[in-house]
Design a protein around this ligand. Sequence first.
Ligand SMILES: O=C(O)CCC(=O)C(=O)O
Length: 327
Amino acid sequence: MVADFIKKYFTTSDSITKNWSPVRRTFVQNEEAENILLDTGYIVAGRLENSTIQKLSDLYAQLHNFDIVTGGMFYSVYSRDIEYRKKVHEGINELLKPVYNSLFSDYKVVLNSFIAKVSGPESEFCLHQDSTGIDETKYSNLSVWIPLQDTNMQNGCLCVVPHSHKMFSPYRGISFEPPFHNIENTIRKYLQPIELKRGDILLFDNRLVHNSGINTSGKDRVVVMSGVYPIDAPLISCFKDPESSNSAIELIEQSSDFLLTYPNFKHDCHCRPETGKSIGFVKWDTTQMTEGSFLSLCKKYHVPATNVATLLQPTPLQAALDDRFAK
Ligand SMILES: O=C(O)CCC(=O)C(=O)O
């Protein structure tokens, strides 16, 4: 199937950009919500009951205790303790299954996780799009992001560039630089902070360019994040040889528990995954988008510049991540 698509669309890099656009999700029950997701890339789809928020907070407290003055981002999915990751996944699943059953149908949750932004100077999370996890020529997935306390600019709310899920590539991976690397300072000006109430259920297209700023609140900012896929969609990961700028992108099909069991999402994450089955290669134009092209896309989709860029200046941590891709 992937091979057919490659033949049909991937003859030149121009045809790729012209022909690809995000596919409508069939698993979101509310059509209007899916229209908004397809259009802007995010929507708040209700709020959890207080008792569920409390139980999620209790589960988090049972399993974690951070005491780090510099602050930082901690993802349960980065842990190499697979039993802990499964405990987090299953504990959250038990509490959120009824909620997800009311929002989605014919879906699967490939990952439930906690993300803690511990207050301190090293707690920024860099500007990025999430890696491809599905064949985006056939399907779209989404992320559910639920804060366990109100989120705002002080504690590092999520910030997104609306409509940016339509602007770049269906092939993204940690082993190759994103096509907006050279224009990050421009993109930052278009970040929209999404300030939420405790328990709000944010659905977002994880192709949106997003980040979250430093937590200066003095308290941990904790969220539950879930990855939701169409039930029949295989998981894939993308790998590109970092040594060769012209190399094709390899598509690797992974088992359905990949996000729960793969040990290297943080350690050695730039290496080719040791697991999975190679299902083909795509030649994708990975040249950098120009500032002019990005600004035209913002104009086309009516994305306004915001005033938050100055509050989200790259920190030393961001600079170190940027250096990784420096030419
Ligand atoms: O929770 C956050 O601050 C950022 C989460 C995020 O960007 C991600 O997991 O892709």
